[in-house]
Design a protein around this ligand. Sequence first.
Ligand SMILES: [Fe+2]
Length: 235
Amino acid sequence: MTHHISLTDIPDLNGRYDLYGAVHKGLRKAGCDLLCRLGSTDFDNADECEAVLGDLRTYLMLAASHVVHEDDNIHTVLQGRGVSTGTVDDQHDEHREAFADLEKLAVCVSRAIPIARRAAGRKLYLAFAAYIAEDLAHMHEEETQTAPMLWQHFSDADLAAVEMRIVSSMSPEKNMAFMRIMIPAMNPAERAALLGAMRKGAPPEVFEAVMDFAVRPSLPPKAVDDLVDRLKLAA
Ligand SMILES: [Fe+2]
């Protein structure tokens, strides 16, 4: 990826629908956390090694389905309005190549004889760091260049419908996996808004499942209390 990123040309939300905000925060936090873990993993320890590779594969699965969600639901509607999505389409293709390369490097780590595992782990760590660098730049492109196109061509209700299509295309398990990375990455007000909307719009058992399987395990107790207080106030 060679094109220039502007650090100052960042559009204001101006109250518009933030289609990318929460999921990108989740992917950034999960990706950066995983990068730090890959850097500190004891690749001589087989259990530690398998655990981090398992988390890497979960992350790659979520990142790959996120790219498909955007291709199928965001790029298509923009193209329908005559907006070119060439740059972000190309970046998604590069991501798909990166996912395949990272999987190959993960296989190298698991198959390496113990004495070679450290070297294979270092390659995986460096490759993952480079992927995260590209993904951060790509998400910046989407939130500063693609989002204004969406605001220009669609209403907030249209964009909410796009998000609803994405959410309803996923299994409950996959939705929960996205919730698990998004909730700890959001700020308290965003978290309360998401959970508040879910409590209003989803069946009670779905809301409770998200609280039990995504909120409580991913947040410190103080942040859970804060969320519960905000939800009470909003009730
Ligand atoms: Fe994207």
